[in-house]
Design a protein around this ligand. Structure first.
Ligand SMILES: NC(=O)c1ccc[n+]([C@@H]2O[C@H](COP(=O)([O-])OP(=O)(O)OC[C@H]3O[C@@H](n4cnc5c(N)ncnc54)[C@H](O)[C@@H]3O)[C@@H](O)[C@H]2O)c1
Length: 395
């Protein structure tokens, strides 16, 4: 089993790899992994928790994954340092390949300062695709899955001519329309074209582009996304149904998020932040069936590093028109809640592939803030749907 990560040098990507290795070597247990719940125990027959890792990134390409993880660790102390030391040999052997930062916005270009990306070296879109295909091709086998854990891109305006069909998308590649194509689209394109299941852990467009959905159907490969549901949105979509079940009217919902680290730095840029805000904001209305007043804010707070804090305030109306309030604070280490999901999604997608599924796997909505091709945002129902889907597949 192999896992290719776009954005492998980020804290989510590196923590997923540390987690998988730590579990395999008996340095940690499987707490936090949905795929390790006893209900899913047959998953190990189709997609065991054993991966080789590779990936693309756009910075620090002279370093190996151990050095990168050390840098994340120095800032965050997000797990027991002894685990890192014991995995040193494993992590030193993992090195990122050079990716593309095309249309990744000023958040990535200014703050992560990628050097000599493929497009900066003068590659055309076709040549970038060929290079990415070569990297993945040299790594992949029949049991490979790819997940995008790169920084969030700005929303690129939808252009029906180039985005709605596979023919249009490939025309954009031939015409070298660099203004129409983003990195996440290219990554999804190369993975799906090679028959590798793909998931978009970010709010970036990735395989949700109609042209790429067509590609997945044509090749016969499963894919899923978008944007891992790991923290505040997980709580929101678990809690909002309570108001609906009890016929309480939500008048307003404010979610105020602060975080530091690279992700926070990139999201400090308005255009990179926009896609994340859309992804977080719409879930309450989707669950309630009406759209209360909402405020969704994300702000950069450097000293927090990867410790993300969300403050939510809900104003609601009960019996006899009486108004009441509910508050919660979510305070988590972002990578620690995200990394196990990356491994879960990889395993469920490989199961889907082995069972011959193709196209969007909407039953994986449980893992995403903006699930593709479904209007089911209620976490409780999403979990039941996941269990039913799994039961049918493995029986
Ligand atoms: N709880 C969570 O942490 C969580 C939840 C949902 C979604 N996400 C998303 O997951 C992604 C990763 O989060 P993170 O905290 O690891 O961020 P990070 O900034 O630590 O890592 C992102 C990595 O992607 C790399 N990158 C940026 N643009 C790239 C490109 N075009 N190609 C290849 N690599 C590229 C960066 O160099 C960096 O190493 C973000 O988009 C984030 O919004 C995170």
């Amino acid at each position: 089993m192999k896992l290719w990560l776009f954005g492998i040098y980020g804290i989510v990507g590196s923590t997923a790899i540390v987690g998988e290795r730590a579990i395999r070597r008996g340095l940690s247990d499987t707490t936090g992994l949905v795929s390790e719940l006893s209900y899913f125990k047959k998953l190990k027959d189709f997609a065991p928790l054993e991966f080789d890792f590779g990936g693309h990134d756009i910075r620090s390409l002279d370093k190996n994954l151990y050095q990168i993880t050390e840098e994340h660790w120095e800032l965050n102390h997000h797990f027991d340092r002894r685990i890192l030391e014991q995995l040193k040999g494993d992590l030193e052997n993992i090195k990122a390949k050079k990716g593309t930062a095309i249309n990744c916005g000023e958040g990535v270009l200014e703050d992560l300062k990628p050097v000599n990306t493929l497009e900066e070296e003068g590659f055309t879109l076709r040549e970038i695709v060929e290079r990415l295909e070569e990297d993945i091709g040299n790594f992949a086998d029949e049991d490979t899955v790819a997940i995008n854990v790169a920084s969030t891109e700005p929303l690129l305006p939808f252009d029906p001519e180039y985005h709605s069909t596979l023919e249009g998308f490939e025309k954009a590649l031939e015409e070298d329309r660099k203004d129409k194509i983003s990195a996440s689209m290219l990554y999804a394109y190369v993975a799906l074209k090679r028959g590798i299941p793909y998931a978009n852990f970010t709010p970036s467009v990735g395989s949700s582009l109609p042209a790429l959905k067509e590609l997945a159907e044509k090749v016969g490969v499963p894919h899923a996304g978008n944007d891992g549901k790991t923290g505040e949105t997980l709580v929101k979509t678990t809690l909002a149904p309570m108001f609906a079940y009890r016929n309480l009217k939500v008048l307003g919902w404010m979610g105020y998020n602060i975080l530091g680290d690279l992700d926070g730095k990139v999201l400090a840029h308005k255009r990179n932040r926009e896609s994340k805000i859309v992804s977080k904001d719409k879930v309450v209305g989707k669950i309630l069936g009406y759209y209360p007043y909402t405020i969704t804010e994300i702000n950069y707070f450097p000293s927090l590093q990867d410790n993300k804090t969300a403050l939510d305030f809900i104003h609601y109306e009960g019996f006899l028109g009486t108004k009441m309030k509910f508050y919660f604070i979510w305070d988590a280490i972002d990578a620690i809640v995200a990394a196990p999901l990356v491994l879960d999604i990889a395993r469920f997608l490989l199961l889907a592939k082995k069972k011959g599924l193709k196209g969007v796997v909407k039953e994986l909505a449980f893992f995403f803030k903006s699930p593709m091709d479904t209007d089911e945002y209620n976490t409780h129902r999403q979990f039941e749907i996941l269990k039913e889907w799994y039961k049918e597949l493995v029986r």
